[in-house]
Each structure stands twice: as structure tokens, then as C-alpha cells.
Ligand binder design. Structure first.
Ligand SMILES: Cc1ncc(COP(=O)(O)O)c(C=O)c1O
Length: 451
């Protein structure tokens, strides 16, 4: 039997797989694509149709699809050790990767806790923050603050801090109460300058921290930009100022770099570029470049130290998963980070970011394009008609459905976030493919204007 799924297998997928964030009633009526292999930056379906991976396979893909040194390293790892636990045992790849990540953090972080996806990296961070204060004899510090429009994943703690009504309304009974502070989105705000907006955000955040009156365990936010909340690129100094506020109010700063780190915004470590000083940082997605589910929660020594003590004091961290620090995932991440250097990826990202910036100028001439936001390998193109978010076409079709359907017909896989078209290519995409992707976005925006 060949390793590739047959058409029969593909048909079975249509019948039994329950897809995430997908209205299955619509799905069953569609010509659904069953991806059977990858070729470069393209995904190929069971009928041989090719689609440029314009979502970077949910924002994690770096090198495209195919054989390379990362796959080789994973194969090599599998020959020696498939999986062994970090509960009471160490493993070489997890130790080496942790060392590598601490080096990248350039003295700002000291310990690495492993999980297997971004959401659970956030869960670990929240639990770490709560227990940190508990262990330090300040159990009253148990509340969290987060940003409006933030997104941190789909597990219970992550949904609590990244609450989006449309997504999570039904799960509210499970969620913890969290205080929200404004996100620094200039478009559509009442402020005359970005500086005024930042000042407003600072005032509101400080007011909230004051109101919580020493009871705040941590402030959680995405680092550098919010993506799922509609691509909000933070203004200069915003994150630095939040970081300073957290210190002032003795609140832990928990940064989520899951989607924005490893070059997405043009910097390897985004929080360092933002001059911020987090206590805990979560990373995932591009860390293992899509080869393996892997995420990490990095902690400053100050956090780690609070968990030390005799066994009876019960201070140690009660979190762990079956696949915590999986050796194959760690080997993949190590090889991935080596490839970043070997292929000088950050340089390529700089050039491609420049190209994206230049192409975005073309969108400003389209009537329904109300705002364009960009940093590095991320851009958001906000669509509006008559000053209102363009959620539906005149035909009543939802804009995000339209983008998904039409882009596939054009041989590119794209997904919009509500009325915001998102440019988020695989990080090492070549210029020709990037051009094709920008062309597709442009054509879709022009079509949306007419339809
Ligand atoms: C900023 C951010 N945090 C956390 C997550 C959750 O990561 P995962 O989907 O790996 O659980 C995501 C996913 O898109 C994200 O964008």
C-alpha cells in the first residue's frame, strides 16, 4: 500500500471529519479539497489541483512543504528515540532546544517549559503566574488583565484571557472573569493622533491595575501585534510602556509570541525588539515550522525560583502533558532554527517585508479598502463600505466565505478574519509566490468592491 491516501480515503474524510471553526452544513455542500501532499509552497489535492499555502498552514509554516534538513533531523531522532517523558527524566533534544531558546532570549529569560500547542503554552503561563504569587505568600494576587480583541487560543484559560464573544459566548460558564483594557487600534478610534491613542490606552490600563488594588496576578497580551483580533500592529513604545506599568503595579507581564515571534513581524524575538521586559513568554507556531506540534512557555529566573522548596511545601509546578517536550518536536525545532541561520532567513524576511509594503500601496486605491496595517510578514487589509465593516457582499455572501472560496478557485488558499483580509505567508516564501499571493489579495479586494 502506498503511503499516500487514496481517493477512497479522501472521500471518507468528507464523511467523518468534524472540521474546526467550520459550519459543517455548508462544508458538506461544497467541493472540498482533500490535501494529499505538499510541493514547495503549494498544497496539492487529491485531484492534482495546486494551492499556494497563503495562510502558512494556520500561520506556522516557514519553509513550505517537502523534504529538507528539518525532516532529516526528525527522521534521525526517530531512529534513536521516538518519545520519552519529561516527568522525572530528561531528554537530549529538549535540553538542547531549551539552551538554544535561552540564548535567543539574550539574558531576558532563564527556563523553558514545554507544551504541545499555543493554547496550552498559555494555560501553563496562567497557572505559573497564579502559583508564583501563591508560592510567594500572596494568594490574593489572582486576577488577570488582558487586551480587548486579544486571542490566545481555545482552551479554557486561553479563552478567558482572549475572550471573543462570537467565538466563545457559549463557553462563558467555564471561563474566569478577566478585566479588559483597550487595544491600540488607531483605525476607527476617536483619536487624532496615534500618540493620543497610546496615552488613552495607558491611562485606561493604569486605571484598571489601580482598581484591582494589588490583586492582579498578570497582564496577558500578544507581543507586537494582535492577529486574530483583526491585525492590530502596536504603535511604537506601546508595549514598552505596558511593560513599565506592569513593573510599577507589581503585575507579571505575560507575553504571547506564539503567532508573532520567529520573524513574523520582522524580528526573531519580538518582545526584545519592543523593548519590553516580560516575566513569562509563550512561543509556538513557527518554532517547529509546522513539522510538529510544539510550544514553549519561557520564564524568568524570578518566577522559577519561587517554585523551589522542599517537596512537602508543595511548591512545584503541577502542569504537564503526555507529549511535553517531545524529542521529535524538539529535534525539528532545533533543525528549523539552524536553517534560519544557514539560509539567512531574517534577511530574506526583511526584503520580502519591503516588497509587501510596496504592494500594499496598490490597495489604497480600492474604494472598499478602509485601512491597511503592516509589519514584517503580516498585513491586514480592512474592508468597509459607507464607513461600516464590510461583512457581507451585496449578494449577502459573507466576505470571509467569499475570500476562502474565490481564493481557492484562483489556486491560493487564503482566509479572512471577518472583514479583514490577512496577508500571512510562509516565512521563507519566494518572491514569485509572494507576488502571486499579493495579486490574489488585490484581485479579491477589487472583486469585493464590485460584488
Ligand atoms: C496569538 C495566539 N496565541 C495562541 C494561539 C493558540 O495556538 P494553538 O492554535 O497552537 O493552540 C494562537 C493561534 O492562532 C495565536 O494566534
Amino acid at each position: 500500500m502506498s503511503g499516500r491516501p487514496s481517493l477512497k480515503d479522501a472521500d471518507r474524510d468528507r464523511n467523518f471529519v468534524w472540521h474546526p471553526y467550520t459550519q459543517m452544513k455548508d462544508w458538506e455542500r461544497q467541493d472540498n479539497r482533500v490535501i494529499v501532499r505538499g510541493e514547495g509552497f503549494y498544497l496539492v489535492d487529491d485531484r492534482g489541483r495546486r494551492y499556494l499555502d497563503g495562510t502558512a498552514s494556520m500561520w506556522c509554516n516557514v519553509w513550505g512543504h517537502g523534504q529538507n534538513e528539518v525532516v532529516e533531523a526528525m527522521r534521525e531522532q526517530l531512529k534513536h528515540l521516538q518519545h520519552s517523558t519529561l516527568f522525572g527524566l530528561a531528554s537530549e533534544p529538549s535540553a538542547r532546544l531549551a539552551e538554544r531558546l535561552i540564548k535567543l532570549a539574550r539574558g531576558s529569560m532563564d527556563r523553558v517549559f514545554y507544551t504541545d500547542n499555543g493554547s496550552t503554552a498559555i494555560e501553563a503561563a496562567l497557572k505559573m503566574a497564579l502559583q508564583y504569587w501563591q508560592n510567594r505568600g500572596k494568594p490574593e494576587k489572582k486576577l488577570f488583565v488582558s487586551l480587548e480583541g486579544g486571542y490566545h487560543g481555545d482552551t479554557v484559560g486561553a479563552m478567558s484571557v482572549g475572550y471573543i464573544e462570537q467565538f466563545f459566548g457559549a463557553y462563558k460558564p467555564l471561563l474566569a472573569k478577566v478585566s479588559r483594557v483597550p487595544s491600540p487600534l488607531f483605525y476607527g478610534s476617536k483619536f487624532e493622533s496615534v500618540q493620543d491613542l497610546v496615552e488613552h490606552c495607558m491611562e485606561q490600563t493604569e486605571k484598571t491595575l489601580k482598581k484591582l488594588d494589588g490583586k492582579c496576578a498578570g497582564l496577558v497580551m500578544e507581543s507586537g501585534a494582535q492577529i486574530a483580533g483583526g491585525v492590530v500592529i502596536y504603535p511604537q513604545k506601546y508595549q514598552q510602556k505596558i511593560s513599565e506599568l506592569c513593573k510599577k503595579y507589581d503585575t507579571l507581564l505575560i507575553l504571547d509570541e506564539i503567532a508573532t515571534g520567529f520573524g513574523r513581524l520582522g524580528n526573531m524575538v519580538e518582545y526584545l525588539a519592543q523593548n519590553s521586559k516580560p516575566d513569562i513568554v509563550c512561543m509556538g507556531k513557527a518554532l517547529a515550522a509546522g513539522y510538529f506540534p510544539l510550544a514553549v512557555t519561557l520564564a524568568h529566573e524570578k518566577i522559577y525560583d519561587a517554585f523551589l522548596g522542599s517537596y512537602e511545601k508543595n511548591k512545584h509546578f503541577y502542569h504537564g502533558h503526555t507529549f511535553t517536550g517531545h524529542p521529535v518536536g524538539c529535534a525539528a525545532a532545533l533543525a528549523n532554527l539552524e536553517l534560519y541561520e544557514k539560509r539567512n532567513l531574517m534577511q530574506q524576511i526583511k526584503k520580502n517585508a519591503q516588497y509587501i509594503k510596496q504592494r500594499l500601496g496598490e490597495f489604497e486605491e480600492i474604494g472598499v479598502v478602509a485601512d491597511v496595517r503592516h509589519s514584517g510578514m503580516l498585513a491586514g487589509i480592512e474592508l468597509a463600505r459607507n464607513g461600516k465593516p464590510l461583512m457581507h457582499l451585496k449578494s449577502k455572501e459573507r466576505i470571509d466565505y467569499f475570500v476562502a472560496r474565490e481564493s481557492l478557485a484562483m489556486g491560493v488558499h487564503l482566509r479572512a478574519l471577518g472583514n479583514v483580509m490577512v496577508v500571512i505567508p510562509p516565512l521563507a516564501i519566494g518572491r514569485n509566490d509572494l507576488e502571486k499571493m499579493m495579486d490574489a489579495h488585490l484581485e479579491l479586494a477589487k472583486k469585493a468592491e464590485k460584488l
